[in-house]
Design a protein around this ligand. Structure first.
Ligand code: ASP
Length: 488
């Protein structure tokens, strides 16, 4: 079945079908302008608040969210995710939607799947005692699924409906993200068009709920960001309204200093710069969608990661730059397994102009991006993701032979990389020394060392099997023992 343009007459320019007391439509926009008038918008402080799926998974969670929003009148623009997991083996509504859509594509009857999704929302609506009926919305959705309106359309309904429920609960205006988040006809996000559209749209709206994760293409077809994309919507809205802060509410009290699967109860980082966070996320710390940083970064708007289940915790501030020195020498540790090293040796390599370029070109031709290239006088090593490399292994090896005629090429697999990140390292002495003595004490063999020119990170490579031991050793020395704080 061909994909139907999901902007068919069924949903073209249409307002949400749900009926709710406070669920505003464009027509009654002016009337409920004061739905939140208990809090005069006097201070003009603006916060954009995004809530993740686990914060909105049940009525009890949704209630916490409403309390958080109501407790601070500057929390004006709310970006919800779809309901996430209520318990560890629960299914996220987004996944239920994808599955229902795929079942419809296979020609299966999806009645039960749709009613299971509906009951997730009904449970929330009943628990919150709000007067909103999503019956008509679900009839449209079921029909659109049968007509194969697109997987993105399907997935987006999680946020679309959750936004309606939250808006009804808060008495905020509901704005369908399809009206304000713009993608081009190839499905590429259009930052400037979105920015202008949002600015214009929100000009006279003080309080609104805008569902995360999706927008629309010029013909009205729904397009989503990649998974976890509500973080991006929040950042885009924060930029458009020139928010003072973009609060991103989740189920942890901020960015952890190290992976909690390795370190039990790691400390939370109080302030991290965008650059540090980028290093940490690249190496595996998952806090925010990677692309969520860019819109706010261009305006210098800080992101505050907060915990819906512990709203009193200050969380982590993610900032452009700061005078605040981190509590420890290092800001955070992150890393992951699954790398391999291709060690190339050739006598007199140092005299051969263009050696490195020719080697790297072989990787480029095979579509493999490299992570690091430590080198010696007659050795040159390329570190890459092992799974990517394995697919093209023999092509790369023969390519290197052809390109530079090495004496030997030898492979070392099952490596883990660990990034020790911290803006504070630059002003301290002995940081690298501490890392290596900690690893020596823990009997971990260091396979590779790389320090970025910005002195913002030290990257080390160890065997996969030593990964956890190495992270613990580094954490213990810098955090538990708090060594290395002596200023240069
Ligand atoms: N609900 C979507 C997902 O599960 C988007 C999001 O939560 O940000 O990926």
């Amino acid at each position: 079945m061909s994909e139907l343009n999901n902007n068919s007459e069924l949903n073209k320019d249409k307002e949400p079908a749900a009926s709710a007391n406070n669920n505003s439509t464009e027509a009654d926009r002016e009337e409920d302008e004061n739905a939140y008038s208990l809090h005069p918008v006097s201070s003009r402080v603006k916060k954009v608040v995004k809530f993740g799926g686990s914060s909105l998974a049940s009525a009890a969670q949704m209630k916490k969210v409403c309390d958080i929003i109501r407790s601070d009148p500057s929390r004006r623009y709310v970006i919800p995710s779809a309901p996430g997991k209520r318990f560890s083996d629960d299914t996220k509504v987004t996944d239920m939607l994808y599955r229902a859509y795929d079942a419809a594509a296979r020609g299966e009857d999806i009645t039960d799947r749709i009613s299971a999704i509906r009951s997730r929302y009904q449970e929330i609506i009943d628990g919150l005692h709000i007067d909103i009926d999503l019956g008509e919305e679900f009839a449209v959705i079921e029909d659109m699924f049968r007509r194969q309106a697109g997987r993105d359309y399907a997935a987006s309904r999680g946020e679309y409906l959750n936004g309606m429920v939250l808006a009804a609960c808060l008495g905020f205006r509901y704005i369908d993200a399809a009206k304000v988040i713009c993608f081009d006809e190839n499905g590429k996000f259009e930052p400037e068009k979105t920015h202008q559209t949002l600015r214009e749209y929100l000009k006279n709206i003080d309080y609104a709920v805008i569902p995360g994760f999706y927008g629309a293409m010029p013909d009205g077809s729904i397009k989503t960001f990649s998974r976890g994309g509500s973080d991006i919507t929040g950042s885009i809205v924060a930029r458009a309204v020139r928010a003072d802060v973009y609060e991103n509410w989740t189920d942890v009290s901020g960015v952890m200093l190290a992976d909690p699967h390795i370190i039990s109860n790691p400390e939370v980082i109080d302030t991290v710069t965008y650059r540090e966070l980028r290093e940490l996320s690249y190496m595996g710390a998952t806090v925010l969608h990677e692309e969520a940083i860019f819109p706010v970064r261009s305006e210098g708007i800080p992101i505050n990661i907060r915990n819906t289940n512990a709203p009193e915790d200050p969380g982590t501030m993610i900032v452009e730059t700061t005078f605040r020195q981190p509590k420890y020498v290092i800001t955070g540790i992150a890393g992951h397994k699954g790398f391999c090293a291709i060690n190339i040796e050739k006598d007199m390599m140092n005299e051969e102009v263009g050696f490195g370029r020719k080697v790297l070109q072989v990787f480029e031709e095979n579509g493999i991006s490299f992570e690091h290239t430590p080198s010696g006088i007659d050795t040159f090593t390329v570190i890459v993701h092992q799974d990517e490399f394995m697919e093209k292994e023999q092509n790369v090896i023969s390519g290197i032979h052809k390109a530079v005629h090495p004496d030997t090429i030898d492979l070392e697999g099952d490596l883990a990389l660990i990034a020790i990140v911290g803006r504070g390292m630059k002003a301290k002495k002995g940081t690298a020394g501490l890392v290596f003595s900690a690893l020596a004490h823990a009997r971990v063999n260091v396979k590779m060392i790389d320090q970025g020119s910005s002195e913002l990170n030290i990257i080390i490579g160890v065997k996969n099997d030593d990964f956890e031991t190495a992270v613990r050793a580094i954490y213990d020395v810098f955090v538990t023992a708090n060594l290395g704080t002596e200023t240069r």
